[in-house]
Design a protein around this ligand. Structure first.
Ligand code: DON
Length: 304
């Protein structure tokens, strides 16, 4: 498969269509990004790299990091994890509070904010220096010790994070948060602020295309069974109330972030990251969704 030719064709096609949507502004620091940035990077499981555009510029990966914190928590906690968080699609927005009251503080899945806050609580309990150890984990996947938190973005989110504070307080009232809520929020805001390029993101997620093995070290990040389960959660929950649309149009497990990034995984084939900051009404990158739809349409290859 000539992926570079296909990516170039996609780029040319998308230059002819308007780039709709709005850059996220509810975290003020995110609104400072250039809305016209656009990058793609694809890495095959045979270590072939294909990229274009701004694929070597770092951006805030936001909710994409929730898949990484989930991986680390699942590897530490094993199946006990699922007593505190479900694996069902929510059909609601990423920051919604509505189900949490009815479902007694057990979030539908680990990728909505409520679920990612429970995962953060698990890591705060399990790790002696959570922020340092999480960053080390991400750096080992990316093969790059320069990956870091974005301190301006985490501080900006802290100031405006009223909904996340509401979610964590509600879950604490139901007994599903064990640690101090400020500590859990601080860890969560940091993990969302991690900055990476499309190339680094595609590299970081290659373990999910490789049955849980980090291709850089040939060591297991997680078992192949856990890798299968994380991919299943990404497919069902990675795009919140647009997860069905993404499965329908793209047919790959993936995860979006309000920084405009998307990662998608084709098991045993490749991982791909896209970046375009303008978001559609569901909070997912407008152009990134189009890139991935065109990719699986042109290659006639998805998980289905
Ligand atoms: O909690 C928040 O609102 C952000 N740190 C993450 C949101 C996000 O990326 C949702 N994904 N599309």
């Amino acid at each position: 498969m000539d992926y570079q030719k296909i990516l170039n064709e996609i780029d040319a096609e998308l230059k002819q269509t308007p780039n709709s949507g709005q850059v996220a502004s509810y975290i003020p620091e995110l609104s400072t990004v250039d809305p016209n940035k656009f990058g793609i990077h694809l890495i095959t499981t045979k270590n072939q790299h294909h990229g274009l555009g701004d694929s070597n510029e770092r951006f805030s990966i936001q909710s994409i990091a929730k898949a990484l914190s989930l991986t680390l928590a699942f590897s530490l906690e094993k199946d006990q994890l699922w007593h505190r968080v479900g694996v069902e699609p929510s059909g609601t927005a990423f920051n919604s509070l509505v189900q949490l009251e009815v479902e007694k503080g057990i979030p539908r899945n680990p990728l909505i904010n409520a679920g990612a806050l429970v995962i953060s609580d698990v890591l705060v309990s399990r790790l002696s220096d959570p922020k340092k150890e999480f960053l080390e984990f991400v750096r080992s996947l990316a093969g790059n010790p320069a990956i870091d938190y974005g301190s301006k973005v985490s501080a900006s989110e802290r100031v405006t994070g009223y909904r996340n504070a509401a979610l964590v307080n509600l879950m604490k009232a139901f007994g599903n948060i064990n640690n101090d809520i400020e500590e859990v929020l601080d860890f969560y805001f940091h993990l969302c602020s991690v900055e990476m390029t499309c190339q680094e993101l595609a590299q970081t997620f290659l373990y999910l295309a490789s049955n849980g093995i980090n291709p850089l070290t040939q060591k297991a990040v997680i078992s192949s069974s856990k890798s299968k389960r994380i991919n299943a959660i990404l497919l069902l929950c990675g795009f919140y109330d647009e997860a069905g649309e993404f499965a329908f149009k793209v047919g790959l497990p993936g995860k979006s972030g309000v920084g405009g990034g998307i990662v998608a995984i084709h098991p045993n084939q490749f991982s791909i990251a896209t970046w375009s900051p303008k978001l559609n009404s569901k909070g997912n990158s407008f152009k990134g969704m189009k890139v991935l739809e065109l990719l699986t349409t042109k290659t006639e290859s998805s998980i289905f």
